[in-house]
Write a protein that binds this ligand. Structure first.
Ligand SMILES: Nc1ncnc2c1ncn2[C@@H]1O[C@H](COP(=O)(O)OP(=O)(O)OP(=O)(O)O)[C@@H](O)[C@H]1O
Length: 466
């Protein structure tokens, strides 16, 4: 055993010989050994100090062997520190009493006179347990803090556009069902925000929400990150490690950018999801896991299945319910709400008066195509909040790069036409008209052929009065 690895130990026994011999044995392995003859000092000690392990005698009064005092003090200790690790000392080898002590919250027991090796082994196991209990306590705290932060600092905006109202009514239906969910949508549409909202509205709300960015995990670290590993399983495995899937046990596992997984990693993930158990690298023990799965991607998974880039069986495994997050340009009715919310956030952040949007500025924002969606809107509003002196933000407070020209039109433009702006418009009008005729007025199909979003096509139809 490593020196000082047992942390702080408290020994409570009315027998001075026991106190002395335990101190002699433990001082090498503990950072400190505190000895106490009088159990009545326990409340004082427990409210002022923290101990990693406590060795507690069962019987304090001479000739009394019922263990009642030991049980009483055990309860007292656990009142002060519910995750205290207490080892009972008993001289009588009374199995019934030891079993009762374990039931009442003791971690283990040792018999007097003890063998040093046995006592050290018991303490080593106890110290590991204490370490894990503290870690779990810490993680719970972190999780609580994060959930509290999330619900206060970043409320989800429901939006008032039709697509968002439809989306939230679906969310309310599925959130409490535990069904696995696939979120599809362009970058910045709020997939992660929605995943957290589903978790918060689910029966697992008080459990963990664990995110894994599949796009950021390298092939070599995948198994260790997701499934965990045993100390020594590979060169860099210095400690045992819990994988993200196991860490999410009982809660929600959010796999972001699932479309970025290589085929071999897709196969590994599928196996784990089907079996609902993980095996840490370097072990062969299967650990059952109960997680609610939410996956997200901005990639066209169905097209990828056609092209054999994404496994069909994995798609079926993750898409029990599919939710599509519409791009911001298709829900311009939500812009005023988002703007109001983010302008409020930045006013508080930069300690400024709450700015608003002029009608003209709002119109400019509603005409723009927002390729970066809500994230881009957020940045545009933050920039304008910082740079503009206007209380009411004006169109000039927002700068956008011109909309990308639709791909099909670009490809078919004959070179000479570029000299004349008028004919460029004509050509765009022609292309839009042809696409609409070809698809019998079906906006989605025409937009797809032109490489435009539905919103961008609507604007062009309006512009050319088609
Ligand atoms: N409905 C919403 N309510 C509040 N904030 C939102 C909403 N939708 C998006 N946002 C904000 O927009 C930004 C982008 O959201 P989020 O990260 O959830 O998008 P994403 O679709 O997961 O993006 P990516 O695909 O790039 O990971 C975040 O800062 C988020 O707070």
């Amino acid at each position: 055993m490593e020196e000082k690895s047992l942390g702080r130990i408290l020994v409570i026994d009315d027998n001075e010989d026991i106190l002395f011999s335990s101190k002699m044995l433990l001082r090498k392995y503990a950072t400190e050994v505190v000895m106490e003859k009088n159990p009545k000092k326990i409340p004082f000690l427990m409210s002022n100090e923290e101990f990693d392990t406590i060795l507690l005698d069962m019987n304090f009064s001479q000739d009394i062997t019922s263990g009642q005092e030991g049980f009483y003090w055990l309860k007292e200790i656990l009142k002060y520190d519910p995750s205290a690790v207490v080892i009972m000392i008993t001289a009588f080898g009374d199995v019934e009493m030891a079993v009762r002590a374990l039931k009442e919250g003791a971690t283990d027991f040792v018999l007097k006179p003890w063998q040093n090796e046995k006592l050290l082994a018991t303490l080593a196991a106890a110290s590991k347990l204490r370490h894990s209990l503290k870690e779990v306590g810490h993680l719970k705290e972190v999780n609580k803090t994060l959930s509290a932060e999330l619900s206060t600092a970043a409320p989800v905006i429901t939006g008032q556009s039709l697509p968002m109202r439809q989306l939230f009514s679906l969310i309310d239906k599925v959130a409490r069902t535990d069904a696995d969910i696939l979120l599809l949508g362009e970058n910045g549409t709020g997939k992660e925000v929605i995943a957290r909202t589903i978790h918060q509205r689910s029966t697992r709300a008080d459990k963990v929400f664990v995110t894994v960015d599949m796009g950021a995990i390298t092939e070599s670290l995948f198994e260790s990150e997701l499934f965990g590993h045993k100390k020594g399983a590979f060169t860099d495995a210095k400690d045992d490690r819990v994988g993200r899937i196991e860490a999410a046990n009982g809660g929600t596992l959010f796999l972001d950018e699932i479309g970025n997984l290589s085929p071999s990693l897709q196969a590994k993930l599928l196996t784990v999801l089907q079996r609902r158990e993980v095996i840490r690298v370097g072990t062969n023990k299967a650990i059952p896991v109960n997680v609610r799965l939410i996956c997200a991607t901005n990639m066209p998974l169905r097209d990828m299945v056609q092209r054999h880039e994404f496994r069909q069986d994995l798609l079926y495994r993750i898409n029990t319910v599919e939710l599509n997050l519409p791009p911001l340009r298709d829900r311009s009715d939500d812009l005023p709400l988002f703007a109001e919310h983010f302008l409020g956030t930045y006013a508080r952040k930069y300690k400024q008066p709450h700015k608003s949007l002029s009608v003209a500025a709002l119109q400019k924002l509603q005409r723009y195509s927002w390729p970066g969606n809500v994230r881009e809107l957020q940045h545009a509003l933050e920039r304008a909040s910082i740079l503009s002196d206007n209380r009411e933000l004006q169109p000039d407070d927002f700068f956008f790069l011109p909309d990308e020209e639709p791909k099909v039109i670009k490809e078919t433009l004959p070179a000479p036409a570029l000299q004349n702006a008028q004919s460029l418009d004509d050509m765009e009008r022609d292309a839009v008209q042809r696409a609409m005729q070809k698809h019998d007025g079906n906006i989605s199909k025409a937009a797809k052929e032109l490489g435009l979003s539905r919103g961008a096509l609507y604007r062009r139809l309006e512009k050319y009065a088609l």
